[in-house]
Design a protein around this ligand. Structure first.
Ligand SMILES: Nc1ncnc2c1ncn2[C@@H]1O[C@H](COP(=O)(O)OP(=O)(O)OP(=O)(O)O)[C@@H](O)[C@H]1O
Length: 247
């Protein structure tokens, strides 16, 4: 059986008395798309911050490609191949779209300028932002700023990509387009963890879902069975939703 590319073993993170992450054990396989859902404050962003090294774990272990990464700095983790997007999109406003993406590939790859530029152009072509590459990033509309985030992460050559609310604020056709891009990324063998409020996105995109509640894993498994899990319905989704998916 294939080995997980990323594994969390009994990971806990506390803030004072709050267990933002509570004894979480999860394994992610190469090329799979996993939805990470849960109500506000469930601990989704904290988990992403722990995996990407922006926060230290209080206890437990995070293993990537079979090795512990819990003591590594964010840039080392990014260079090793774990990329993330941020919930709040904050491009370097004064820099061009291309320069923003190059900053990503340089951060993660220690590439020379020429290689970083080539990588960045390729990522911009993939997300269909190449025509905007010389524009200041501040001039991009929201949907394109989200694509810029995606391009920045892709330019890091990730093997694991965590997308934090990448569809928030987009309209329906923009979401459909983003979903197509995310699928195409997974087809390259990249593991994708989608952190989402939008159940539609998780239901359409992910093979597996993990539901967090009060920092702990409440339910995990194939998306449709997780969405019908009575504990999930009660904790998060509400009966109206349960009826829609029960059929
Ligand atoms: N830096 C911090 N200091 C103190 N408490 C924090 C910190 N970061 C998160 N928390 C707390 O940890 C819990 C989990 O928060 P987190 O932001 O991870 O949840 P979330 O599922 O991402 O929520 P949302 O969907 O609103 O982004 C919350 O109770 C939050 O208040």
């Amino acid at each position: 059986m294939a080995e997980p590319i990323l594994e969390l073993r009994n990971v806990t993170r506390t803030f004072g008395g709050v267990r933002a992450t509570d004894d979480v054990s999860l394994a992610f396989m190469p090329g799979e798309i996993v939805g990470l859902i849960g109500p506000n404050g469930a601990g989704k962003t904290t988990l992403v911050n722990l995996i990407s090294g922006f926060l230290p774990v209080s206890s437990g272990e995070i293993r990537y490609e079979g090795r512990s990464i819990v003591r590594q700095a964010p840039h080392q983790i990014a260079r090793a191949g774990i990329a993330r997007t941020f919930q709040i999109v904050q491009p370097f406003a004064q820099m061009t779209v291309l320069e923003n993406v190059m900053a990503g590939s340089i951060f993660a790859g220690a590439l020379g300028l020429k290689a970083a530029r080539a990588k960045a152009v390729e990522a911009l072509e993939f997300v269909r932002l190449a025509p905007f590459m010389d524009m200041p990033a501040s001039e991009l509309a929201l949907a394109n700023r989200k694509r810029l985030e995606l391009a920045k992460s892709l330019a890091m050559n990730p093997r694991v990509l965590m997308l934090d609310e990448v569809n928030a604020g987009l309209n329906s056709s923009e979401i459909t387009e983003a979903l197509g891009m995310i699928r195409a990324i997974a087809e390259r063998g990249i593991t994708i963890i989608v952190i989402e409020h939008l159940i539609r996105v998780v239901a359409e995109l992910a093979e597996r879902a993990v539901v967090l509640h009060h920092g702990a894993v409440l339910s995990e498994g194939p998306v449709d069975s997780v969405l019908k899990d009575p504990r999930v319905v009660e904790a998060y989704l509400g009966n109206r939703f349960a009826r829609r998916f029960a059929g």
